[in-house]
Design a protein around this ligand. Structure first.
Ligand code: 7RM
Length: 650
């Protein structure tokens, strides 16, 4: 790749469309996708395009119809029968990958385990039999609250094998958030660990499960994996050790033939209300989407060592740590720890240790690495790398170039991949063998995908103008619905526009058709690539006895992308103090999890409101970002602004 101007001033740059990076001739020559005609072919007959991609999976029974589209509900591969676990494991045993590493696990303390596809087959089928013996049946929900250890994908694939629906809850969530997610799913079984490692300390994960289950009446069994050796209370008749159950479990368990549109999993994500949304993904469409995009975007080859650093508790981990790579028979690295423990070169150490060839990580991590200094990656051998990926939030051109220069050493294409929990798989990204990349742009929709930027009336906006990002036709991995709440599915995604899915993002399409993503329009904050609803944090704050009202916003943050700022009015008899700020931060962390802890809390006598009583978060955002205030004419209490500005600069 070439073309970087020697002295470009990148600080705050947004459009860098003069800066274009082409794949090297060698990369192009060996790439899985080399011919740009793929876009035209897919456009000509997009259903046929997805048919061809679907044929690369193993089906017990072929589908009759590629798509049945009763807007807004899509059924993909109607009549087809398959199993996700079979596609991720059994198929490879017959295709010469029995002894190939499926999972390379790196524990936080530095312990390591390699599971071949045969090992994975044994562990998954044994655990599937364990679940069956405990009475778990097709359609039953199983919640998982676990760190990044092999038992998590094993449990997911065991559920998939018998047709049970998994709901993985990110290990950083506190007991209250976990409780809400277990209850909404109505799970029969919870799988957890005694404790999880975090920067040398132990998080009491089993204890959080015990706390969460105090208000639950669906869970019959809790299965506990021993990871840290932490002492735990085992509730008689309810709690069971994973290793005890596995000791006598039989190897071999038939893979249930699932309908293409049977549920594979639920994954909760933040929306605009305080209640988390259970995003439901199906089996056929999802598996076609993740395997196809993983093969093309990451150019996956038989001998790649592929590492996606996302936690499996998020969609990126589901699709690109577990299902995508395993469906493609790849070797996927799973890392339990943090990038700065025991030192700030842990990622680079891992790349060196396993000779990782493909790295997929988030802008927030890249910005932290930039800040920590170039000497950390420079001290390790990164020559095995051949492709880099980014996901979770817009990557600023500076971070893109740092990644390209310091990690990829100007040899590796960078793919910036835009997608969502709801889309299931990558929607907008370059194809590394054919696309010219522009740093900061996710480039273009993948073949077969139709994405556009429109005005509030739904008309496409001219090139170079910002608008709302929409998806104009169904795609295989699209969410089936919101669990237990189909109306919310309709309202949230299909009511803003007729005939189009609304992403909740803003974007610009440039004159060359490149997409530049601009972040969320709704009340969702993206902290380090994690979606947090403003309402969730507000509910946690007003739950504290001192708080009368709270408004929470995302504030631009150098490393995290966005950080949480809270504006709080207090009840009578309470006065703001540094101690109270600390107490409220702790309160939010305890209610939701450390990821939702506000960076700043400001006390104010009143919040700016419209005459209909809506808090004007937009104004608060402008104050927090130090911007000139936009339209304040609809404000019912304009005098609050001066006071807010003052409290903010205090
Ligand atoms: C995969 C994931 C989804 C939201 C999405 C965007 C933002 C994700 C990018 C991005 C710009 C990207 N799922 N987002 N990837 N923005 N460029 N490459 O993150 O459900 O957790 O979040 O994340 O706002 O709507 S998610």
């Amino acid at each position: 790749m070439t073309g970087q101007p020697a002295n470009a001033n990148l600080k705050g740059a947004f459009f860098l469309d003069e800066m274009v990076f082409h794949p090297s001739p060698e990369f192009r020559k060996n790439a899985n996708v080399q011919d740009a005609r793929i876009y035209l072919d897919a456009e000509e007959n997009w259903l046929e395009y997805w048919n061809k991609e679907a044929e690369k999976l193993h089906w017990f029974q072929k589908w009759n119809f590629t798509l049945r589209w009763e807007q807004p509900f899509a059924k993909w591969f109607v009549g087809g029968k398959l199993n996700a676990s079979y596609n991720c494991i059994d198929r490879h045993l017959h295709e010469g990958r029995k002894n190939k590493a499926a999972i390379i696990f790196e524990g936080e303390p530095g312990d390591s385990r390699v599971l071949t596809y045969q090992d994975l087959y044994r562990e998954v089928t044994k655990f599937a039999n364990v679940l069956k013996d405990l009475g778990v049946k097709k359609g039953d929900r199983v919640s998982m609250y676990m760190p990044m250890i092999p038992e998590l994908p094993i449990a997911m694939l065991a559920c998939a094998r018998i047709g049970a629906v998994h709901s993985v809850v990110f290990g950083g969530f506190a007991a209250g958030s976990l409780r809400d997610r277990i209850n909404d799913a109505g799970s029969k079984v919870v799988i957890t660990v005694d404790g999880g490692y975090r920067r040398g300390k132990v998080l009491p994960m089993k204890k959080n499960v015990d706390e969460a289950l105090k208000e639950n009446d669906t869970v019959e069994k809790v299965i506990v994996v021993k990871r840290t050796g932490t002492e735990v209370d085992m509730v008689e008749g309810r709690d069971l050790w994973y290793h005890d159950l596995m000791k006598d479990a039989l190897i071999g368990c038939p893979a249930e033939a699932m309908n293409a549109d049977d549920m594979l999993f639920i994954l909760y994500t933040s929306g605009t209300t305080g209640k988390p949304k259970g995003i439901v993904h199906g089996t056929g469409g999802y598996m076609v989407g993740v395997s196809s995009t993983h093969r093309m975007v990451f150019d996956i080859k038989e001998d790649d060592i592929y590492w996606c650093t996302a936690d499996i508790g998020w969609i990126t981990g589901h699709s690109y740590v577990v299902y995508g790579p395993l469906a493609n028979g790849a070797t996927t690295v799973i890392f339990e720890g943090a990038p700065d423990y025991p030192a700030r070169d842990r990622f680079w150490e891992i790349i060196e240790k396993y000779a990782v060839t493909i790295l997929y990580t988030a802008p927030t991590a890249i910005r932290a690495f930039m800040k920590w200094g170039d000497h950390w990656p420079a001290g390790r051998d990164l020559s095995s790398l051949r492709l880099l990926g980014s996901v979770g939030e817009p990557i600023n051109p500076e971070a893109w170039l740092w990644y390209y220069n310091n990690i990829g050493k100007k040899r590796c294409p960078v793919v910036d991949t835009w997608w969502q929990t709801e889309t299931g798989h990558i929607m907008v990204s370059s194809l590394p063998g054919i696309s010219a990349a522009k740093p900061g742009s996710a480039t273009m929709p993948l073949p077969g995908i139709e994405v556009d930027v429109v005005d509030p009336a739904g008309n496409p906006v001219p090139a170079g103008q910002s608008g709302l990002l929409v998806i104009k036709r169904p795609w295989p991995g699209m969410l089936l619905t919101v669990y237990n709440d189909p109306q919310r599915y309709v309202d949230q995604y299909w009511s803003e526009f007729e005939n189009m899915y609304f992403t909740g993002d803003r974007a610009v399409k440039d004159k060359d058709g490149y997409f530049w993503m601009l972040g969320r329009v709704d009340d969702v904050i993206n902290v380090s690539g994690h979606r947090i609803g403003t309402m969730e944090v507000e509910s946690a704050l007003v739950d504290h006895p001192a708080v009368a009202e709270a408004a929470v916003i995302g504030k631009t943050h150098e490393i995290k992308g966005q950080a949480i700022s809270a504006f709080v009015t207090l009840r009578d008899n309470y006065v703001g103090s540094d101690e109270l700020v600390q107490e409220l931060k702790k309160h939010v962390a305890a209610k939701i999890g450390a990821l939702a802890r506000p960076d700043d809390i400001f006390f104010t006598a009143e919040l700016p409101k419209t005459r209909s009583g809506k808090i004007m978060r937009r104004l608060l955002r402008d104050i927090a970002d130090g911007k000139a205030l936009g339209d304040t004419s609809t404000l019912a209490n304009p005098e609050t602004i001066a006071e807010l500005k003052e409290s903010y600069t205090d």
